[in-house]
Design a protein around this ligand. Sequence first.
Ligand code: PGA
Length: 250
Amino acid sequence: MVGNLKMNLLSKSERDHYFESFKKELTGKKLENTEIVLCPPFIHLEEFSKLISDKVKIGAQNMFWEKEGSFTGEISPVMLKNFGCEYVIIGHSERRRFFSENDEDVNLKIISALKVKLKTIICIGETRAERNSGETMKVVTNQVKEALKEISRTRADQIVVTYEPVWAVGSDILPTSHEIMEAKVLIRKILVELFGKKYAAKVKIIYGGSVNVKMTKQVCLDPEMDGVLVGRDSLTPRDLIKIAEIISDK
Ligand code: PGA
């Protein structure tokens, strides 16, 4: 499960408070077969890397595709790797919406992340307007194909595809288990086309968008997803770990 902390934890004291409460909530929890990937803002990555264990990994929320040089304000995949990240989120709908990231950027970032062995959490999903006009399948298909262009199937175990309908992110409106299941089946089918059956099975497919403790069954267990990406509720360590427990108990 992925906790996307977004642009939160504004001070050292807020960060430390989160940190302590996360550690406390995690103590004594078994969480078998479940990995929590915490994705804090860049500025907190180094501190959060102290949490790394067999159960907890650290991820970034974004990166640039170049390795180093004159790219003011950007963060490179090599930096992420060297500061303890094992994962990076790529193509989140907020990046696509507020920073005009397109499928080509997403593809370049994925290629570059995989090159330094960062695992990629790729976000795809349709907008409300696209769903209403019956374009969900088309949009999802295109986004997955474009994201994974030129990517070798041998990287399959380093790829997580997150189905995040844009209309469900930050909205408290969730798709039904059936809708999530449909998207999952479609994504798996495209992966089989791209990578072949054996390698496609190594890609994890998770759900994101308004996940909370109460809805974990509907969005993860019932549609048999491999996990979830949690935004707002990841800011409450108790909820985040509760969700991890529900997933781990399945
Ligand atoms: P949310 O965010 O859980 O607050 O809807 C999900 C996300 O980051 O995609």
